[in-house]
Each structure stands twice: as structure tokens, then as C-alpha cells.
Design a protein around this ligand. Structure first.
Ligand SMILES: Cc1cc2nc3c(=O)[nH]c(=O)nc-3n(C[C@H](O)[C@H](O)[C@H](O)COP(=O)(O)OP(=O)(O)OC[C@H]3O[C@@H](n4cnc5c(N)ncnc54)[C@H](O)[C@@H]3O)c2cc1C
Length: 320
């Protein structure tokens, strides 16, 4: 690895420095090198490989975009992104399937929200079919509900494989491990940005893109910005259905608008297994995937932030 002394001047090591080798950082690197060939991109990732956190640990669902307000950026990106993800997987032979999904109402109080989703889906250009109880069992013989909708464009894929392919195809230099672990950021007007990594190297770029996922707020603060938010870590836990033959595809509840989660769902993965989850458990570390992982500094940061107590006061009953 090239080591440079940072003196505030001199050459850049690259044009764009991307922090984070999850799907957002790798897709950013891929898009940059595709749309502006010749752009020198360096991705810095603290783990020994790509997709070791959220990207490699999620439900593996290609969401249709049905939940988002028509015309919003989220809706446009989700609908367009789902189509692009399916095209990307097909083009590069990555495991994927367009399964469709059911959103099922089991209580009368959920019916108005289900109908609102139908409306949203149609306004977002998504194929949506309304189903009564008998039609639900035609799709999913073991599922019972008062009403449901079938969303045609939802799919599944292996996001870890997608990230690994993006990494290989991006043409970016990717530094993993201590050489990719950003500890300090020095931003100077007109002189780009220099970062110090855990092995003591300094890497300089004209611009920096923060794609650090669960640490994005900390990276923003290292640059001198106040992001005005803080990551409060929650862990999603999954069970594996012992009898996967009970579920053919994806089955979701009607989401509760009080929470930013889609609710516990049944997801047939690309490997044929069916996951049940995720729940949302406060985590004792940002990258704490079980109760044994405790990072006292991160925990103190969460407990010392008034927003955490605000969430706890509002949602303790549901959480319990
Ligand atoms: C339980 C759960 C289920 C989900 N299910 C789905 C789903 O089915 N479909 C879907 O589309 N989305 C799903 N999501 C959301 C999706 O997984 C995330 O939006 C996405 O993976 C975020 O990608 P990312 O690249 O921003 O973050 P990450 O994948 O977390 O990547 C960030 C990277 O930054 C690195 N990093 C952090 N700090 C530093 C540093 N200082 N120096 C160097 N590197 C650093 C980390 O090591 C990490 O690799 C789910 C999320 C969760 C939590």
C-alpha cells in the first residue's frame, strides 16, 4: 500500500474516497466508475471483506416501493431501484427471483391501511391485486386473513453476492481491514480531504462520500459536520421456519405507521429456507449481533443521548 505524508498540498491518491464497503458504498463506486470512466475511486472498508454488516445480514428482499408516498424520492428510487436490481442480477447471473408478496390484514382495524397501500402501489405504478380470504389461500394455502394484496414486483436476492459482484466490477481500489478502517478525517477547503486509517496510512481524495452505514453519524462528525441525528442501534432477530414447505413466497403484515419497521414477515430466501422476523431489540453495540457484544463507549453514547429516552418513553409498552 502506498503511504503518503499529509502536508495539506501535493497530489491526491484518488478522485473520490468512499467510506464503507456495504451495498451503498460499493454501488456508489460502481456508478461513479461507470458514468465517469477514468474517475479514480478508492473504497475504504474496515472489515476483511464486503457486506459484513447490514448488507449481508438483511431479509434479502427486493422491495417494490409500495410503501412510499407517490412522487417522493424514496418512491422513485425504490421502484426504479427494484427494476435495476433485478436487471443487474439477471445480467450477471446472480441468484434472484421475482416471487411477488402478500400483505395480509388479520384485523378489521388494518383494512383502511391495506386499502391505502393499494392506492399508493397503483400511483407508484406497481402491479397490485386485491384478494379476499379464498384468494389468499390460492397463493398461500396455509395463510389466513380478512383481506390481502398481492404485489407483483417484489423479489428476493442475495445482497452479499450483489455486493461482492459490485466490488469486483467497480474497478475501484478497495482497501479492507486496518488499511481501510478510517479513524480520522481532515477536511480542508479547496484541498480535498485526507483520512488516516488504523494502520497509520493517510489517503487523500478530492471528495469523500460517507457510506458508513451504522457509523455514518460518527464519520460525519469526524469531518466536522453535525449530522443532527444519531444512530441508536437495534438488532433484528430471525427464526428459521422448521417446516419451510408451509410458505411458498413472502408474507407480510400491514405495517404499523407508528414504527419504521415493516413488521415480522415470512421470507422464503434464495436458499429455499424461510425466515421469520425480524423483531427489533435494542442492541448494546452498533454492530452487536447478540447480547454478548457490548461496547461501553457506544452504549454510553446511546444512553447519554436524549433521543434514546424519547424513543423508550414512547414505545416501551410495545417493546416489552
Ligand atoms: C434486520 C434488517 C433487515 C433488512 N431487510 C432488508 C431487505 O429485505 N431488503 C432491503 O432492501 N433492505 C433491507 N434492510 C436494509 C438494508 O440492509 C440496508 O439499508 C443496507 O444494507 C444499508 O447498506 P449500507 O451500505 O448503507 O450499510 P452497511 O451494509 O452496514 O455498510 C456500511 C459499511 O461501512 C463500514 N464502516 C463503518 N465505519 C467505518 C469506518 N470508520 N471505516 C471504514 N469502514 C467503515 C462497515 O464496516 C460496513 O461494511 C434491512 C436492514 C435490517 C437491519
Amino acid at each position: 500500500m502506498k503511504k503518503v505524508a499529509y502536508d495539506g498540498g501535493g497530489p491526491y491518491d484518488c478522485d473520490v474516497l468512499v467510506i464503507g464497503g456495504g451495498i451503498v458504498g460499493l454501488a456508489t463506486a460502481y456508478a461513479l466508475t461507470r458514468t465517469a470512466p477514468g474517475t479514480r475511486v478508492t473504497v475504504l472498508e474496515k472489515e476483511p471483506g464486503p457486506a459484513r454488516h447490514q448488507t449481508g445480514r438483511n431479509s434479502g428482499v427486493i422491495h417494490s416501493g409500495i410503501y412510499y408516498r407517490p412522487g417522493s424520492l424514496k418512491a422513485r428510487y425504490a421502484v426504479g431501484g427494484a427494476a435495476e436490481m433485478i436487471k443487474f442480477c439477471a445480467e450477471y447471473g446472480l441468484p434472484h427471483e421475482v416471487t411477488g408478496k402478500l400483505i395480509v390484514a388479520t384485523e378489521r382495524a388494518e383494512l383502511p391501511r391495506l386499502h391505502a397501500l393499494v392506492q399508493r402501489g397503483r400511483e407508484n405504478g406497481i402491479p397490485v391485486r386485491e384478494l379476499g380470504p379464498a384468494q389468499i389461500t390460492a397463493y398461500e394455502p396455509e395463510v389466513r386473513g380478512l383481506a390481502a394484496i398481492h404485489v407483483g414486483t417484489t423479489g428476493i436476492c442475495d445482497y452479499g453476492a450483489v455486493a461482492r459482484h459490485l466490488a469486483a466490477a467497480s474497478g475501484a481500489e478497495i482497501r479492507y481491514g486496518a488499511g481501510g478502517h478510517v479513524l480520522r478525517v481532515d477536511r480542508r477547503p479547496e484541498r480535498g480531504v485526507a483520512v488516516r486509517t488504523a494502520d497509520g496510512a493517510i489517503v487523500r481524495g478530492r471528495v469523500l462520500v460517507n457510506c458508513a452505514g451504522l457509523h455514518c453519524d460518527a464519520i460525519a462528525r469526524l469531518t466536522g459536520d453535525d449530522p443532527g441525528m444519531r444512530i441508536v442501534p437495534f438488532r433484528g432477530e430471525y427464526f428459521e421456519l422448521a417446516r419451510p414447505e408451509l410458505v411458498r413466497g413472502l408474507v407480510y403484515p400491514v405495517p404499523d405507521p407508528a414504527f419504521p419497521f415493516l413488521g415480522v414477515h415470512l421470507t422464503r430466501g434464495i436458499d429455499g429456507g424461510v425466515h421469520v422476523g425480524p423483531n427489533a431489540v435494542p442492541a448494546l453495540a452498533r454492530e452487536g449481533y447478540d447480547w454478548s457484544v457490548v461496547r461501553p463507549r457506544e452504549l454510553a453514547g446511546t444512553l447519554g443521548w436524549p433521543g434514546s429516552w424519547h424513543i423508550a418513553r414512547r414505545h416501551w409498552r410495545y417493546g416489552a
